[in-house]
Design a protein around this ligand. Structure first.
Ligand code: DLL
Length: 434
């Protein structure tokens, strides 16, 4: 028997859901046209105004919003409410330049907490849950996003934030945490550290993990589930739209339900901007149809996924996005070949004998790109001969070649030598000065 947080919304018949989306879309378009000069100008350039938006499909007439638009309007240029109505500001650091800023009204925070509460219930949560929240608190949306959701749910929340691994493990043992919420790479590290302390999953009370904020593979899921003795759920969100809880897996683990009453998803061809039918892979575009503080129209997330519209066994009617394949901007172009870190990870894990801890180093010698992959050997592996090591290297090289078509230099390193992260893992070191 499936549990819901808000059954009438989560299981709303699709026709009714579409009517609600239409009403919300029309309202938000009117609002940004009235209040945000950036959008008014963009609409005018396209020769459209709110009267052109009558049906849901009319969304395709609207302009896209990009991360650069957010940076150009830093920090408050896209707010649709005066600052006095903004209750909280979040920001993501990004790798270059100024951060991307988002402002939430009280109602926005409530909507986001509702989405996060729905998400936690999808992940086995209820008022008896003890949520050890090891996402970072602060400008990053992970900590406070899960926190508000757990509070709304009525769970007991441990706001431990990220880091201090020994303390995390102690709390897990002493506080009876049922849920661990953190990035998948940190969950993996916690699992490893638990083992190193000579403890097993039987020494803790954890049952569920809620992991997101970075791409992770099925192999990583299996690894975390085994090391911590839990069932893991993939959770998605992004600072520009709302933090964790925009989408989440249900117990069927067949994609992440995106809460369509608040976030209207589309998939586009990232090159042409053309909208693709459900089921096709492309870039996820989201329109926030209920946000007040900083509503975004057709925001290009750069995340690559597809929409799954087949009915889900859990009874929720909101479509699912598939597990994220990576980002259009994580994509490395090595010797003209498009490569995602997730493909390298798959090649490594398929080879066995190695741990999912790796670093991809891309460099350029003369005019030629070089690809080196450093990967840790499995802890349990006792290798005696150079020959055995060479065999593993060969296997990995072969897998990378068959998945990407590239020749890589493989460097096997001792267990535990690739730096661990308490937040998002760093998988790529691109040293090319292009
Ligand atoms: O990472 C929000 C979040 C916090 C999500 C905690 C889930 C859990 P940003 O720092 O703005 O926000 O990064 C957003 O992270 O566009 C994706 O590329 C990536 N990402 C987020 N969740 C997933 C996921 C938070 N489940 C960016 N799988 C997004 C893969 C993810 N990538």
């Amino acid at each position: 028997m499936e549990n819901y947080w808000n059954e009438s919304y989560e299981c709303m018949p699709r026709e009714q859901l579409k009517e609600l989306q239409k009403k919300n879309l029309i309202e938000v378009v009117e609002k940004v046209y009235e209040r945000v000069p950036f959008y008014r100008k963009k609409f005018q350039e396209l020769g459209i105004s709110p009267v052109d938006i009558v049906e849901l499909e009319d969304i395709q007439k609207l302009p896209f919003t990009t991360k650069d638009d957010l940076r150009d309007n830093y920090p408050y240029g896209l707010l649709a409410e005066p600052l006095k109505n903004i209750t909280r500001v979040h920001a993501s650091s990004g790798t270059t330049g100024k951060p991307v800023v988002d402002g939430y009204t009280k109602k926005d925070l409530n909507m986001w907490a509702e989405c996060a509460a729905r998400a936690l219930v999808c992940a086995g949560g209820d008022s008896n849950s003890v949520v050890q929240n090891a996402y970072g608190y602060g400008l990053f949306t992970g900590g406070l996003g899960i926190h508000d959701g757990a509070e709304k749910l009525g769970a007991s929340i441990i706001p431990v934030s990220s880091g201090n691994t020994d303390r995390q493990l102690m709390m897990m043992q002493d506080f009876g945490s049922t849920h661990l919420t953190c990035t998948p790479s940190y969950a993996q590290y916690l699992g490893e550290s638990l083992r190193k302390k000579g403890l097993t999953p039987d020494d803790i009370n954890l049952k569920y993990g809620v992991h997101g904020a970075e791409a992770w593979s099925e192999n990583m899921r299996k690894d975390i589930e085994e090391k911590l003795g839990i069932e893991c759920f993939d959770i998605y969100g992004l600072s520009e739209i709302a933090g964790p809880g925009v989408a989440i897996e249900c117990s069927d683990h067949s994609g992440l339900h995106i809460w369509e009453d608040n976030f209207y998803p589309e998939i586009i061809n990232p090159e042409t901007g053309e909208v693709l039918p459900d089921g096709e892979w492309g870039e996820l575009v989201i329109t926030t149809i209920t946000k007040e503080g900083m509503p975004l129209i057709r925001y290009r997330t750069r995340d690559i996924t597809r929409l799954i519209s087949e009915p889900c066994v859990c009874g929720r009617t909101h479509r699912k996005i598939d597990r994220l394949h990576g980002r259009t901007d994580d994509m490395l172009i090595i010797r003209g070949v498009n490569v995602f870190p997730s493909q390298i990870e798959e090649a490594l894990l398929r080879a066995g004998e190695v741990e999912p801890h790796y670093l991809i180093i891309v460099d350029r010698k003369g005019a030629l790109d070089t690809l080196e992959v450093r990967v840790e050997l499995g802890d349990s592996l006792k290798l005696n001969t150079v020959r055995e090591l060479e065999e593993i290297e060969k296997k990995i090289k072969h897998n990378i070649h068959s998945i990407t078509g590239l020749n890589a230099h493989i460097v096997l390193v001792e267990p535990g030598t690739i730096p661990r992260s308490e937040g998002k893992a760093v998988r790529v070191d691109d040293r090319r000065k292009i």
